[in-house]
Write a protein that binds this ligand. Structure first.
Ligand SMILES: *Cc1c(COP(=O)(O)O)cnc(C)c1O
Length: 406
């Protein structure tokens, strides 16, 4: 009688069937880990390396080995790529050294000289800089469009329009875009739909299921969760995967091994942190709505906020990043509010454990739409601090604002 050896727990390979039906929290725990290949250790370690030795000349000549050279991937990068591919419902993923590098990689995957590109006026502003400088120099023309036009994007399509970049909610301004509608029109015209999905992550917005061809994530934000690394990811659906991978290989724009390792670590707790960010963010947003200094709260998960209907239809959660518009007051009064804050830091980026605030003015870069919210604008990233402490810090800030505005 043959005794079959059972492999215990996570040392067993998950069947494709099991893998497919996993809920996201289980998926985040299981994805991209192969303890059997790491002597049973739970996590894939940091592989550092350029050269990969070939077992024999035939394998070398055939370029058939699983790993061939540092730029082509290591067990560490492969672990994160596989995990993200599963999470995003993609055909494949590549890693880039920063979120902005991921944006440029996605654009260069879809575009060539002579093409026309449509970019939402609410896009992350360094994305605009890339379009207006490098892409313009390469002979790609960019038209910025009103983020709210939905299927009206058809009117802006030209015979040479090859890509449409969407981002929801808009960077700083939080407009919600009707991505399925835009994707449908773009695909009728044969254009590639590229989305910067950093805010929602695939946990709250499954990009490829909603019609996105290339989805960008600045891993610097919630995948890290700790403000201690920079990373970008681009996932592709089956139509665009080969082209994305070829473009990545041509550039060899690789992420650093420590950053990838830390991102894998962050991945395990990403849903817990995002759910907490959502809860804290909504609590603070609702508190702002009760404040006499605040004119409007731009948070798509609030029922009376702009874009809420689209958020409710297409998204399953909200990040802890949103903006507020203050009633008109002196600029010096806003400065006085910000300068004395003890818990809220002032700095770019977000998605970490610490709360942040920055003043912003979209009017300085918008070209297709007017930004005139009727008062000073502040963007908040809500961290994991106690909500009462955060509100006390802001309460004191509002007192300074009122005193300086008198
Ligand atoms: C931060 C950010 C990026 C760029 O990420 P980096 O890692 O800082 O280069 C891109 N898109 C959005 C929406 C971002 O918030």
């Amino acid at each position: 009688m043959v005794k079959r050896k059972q492999t215990a727990g996570q040392m067993a390979k998950l069947s494709d069937e099991t893998r497919k039906r996993l809920k996201s929290r289980t998926r985040l725990v299981m994805a991209g880990r192969e303890p059997t290949e790491q002597f049973g250790f739970v996590n894939t370690p940091i592989y550092r390396g350029s050269t990969v030795l070939s077992p024999d000349v035939a394998t070398l000549k055939a370029h058939k080995a699983r790993f061939t050279y540092g730029t082509k991937g290591t067990p560490t990068t492969e672990a994160l790529e596989k995990a993200w591919t599963e999470l995003a419902g993609a055909a494949g993923t590549v890693l880039a050294p920063t979120g902005l590098a991921a944006v440029t990689l996605a654009l260069l995957t879809a575009l060539k000289s002579g093409d026309h590109l449509l970019v939402t006026d609410s896009a992350y502003s360094p994305t605009r800089h890339f379009c207006d400088s490098i892409l313009a120099r390469m002979g790609v023309e960019t038209t910025y469009y009103d983020p709210l036009l939905g299927s009206g994007i058809g009117a802006l399509m030209r015979p040479n329009t090859t890509a449409v970049l969407v981002e929801a909610p808009g960077s700083q301004s939080f407009e919600m875009q009707d991505i399925p509608a835009i994707a449908e029109v773009a695909h009728q015209h044969g254009a590639c739909v590229i989305m910067d999905n950093t805010w929602a992550t695939p946990l709250f917005f499954p990009p490829h299921e909603r019609g996105v061809d290339l989805a960008i994530e600045a891993g610097t934000k919630y995948l890290s969760g700790h403000s201690d690394l920079m990373l970008g990811l681009v996932s592709a659906n089956p139509v665009w995967w080969r082209r994305l991978r070829d473009t990545f290989d041509a550039f060899a724009m690789c992420a650093g091994p420590e950053d990838v390792f830390l991102a894998l670590r962050g991945l395990r707790t990403m849903e817990l942190r995002l759910r907490e960010a959502e809860k804290q963010g909504l609590e603070l947003a609702r508190w702002f709505q009760t404040r006499p200094e605040v004119k409007q709260v731009l948070h798509p998960a609030l029922p009376d906020a702009p874009g809420h209907d689209i958020w409710k239809r297409d998204f399953s959660g909200a990040a802890g990043l949103f903006s507020i518009i203050l009633h008109p007051c002196k600029e010096a009064a806003v400065d006085a509010m910000l300068d004395g804050l003890e818990l809220f830091g002032m700095g770019y980026s977000w998605g970490g454990f610490e709360s942040l605030v920055i003043p912003f003015d979209c009017a300085t870069y918008r070209t297709a739409t007017t930004w005139n919210p009727g008062g000073p604008a502040l963007r908040f990233q809500v961290g994991l601090e106690d909500m009462e402490d955060l509100q006390a810090d802001l309460e004191a800030g509002f007192a300074r604002l009122r005193a300086a505005d008198a």
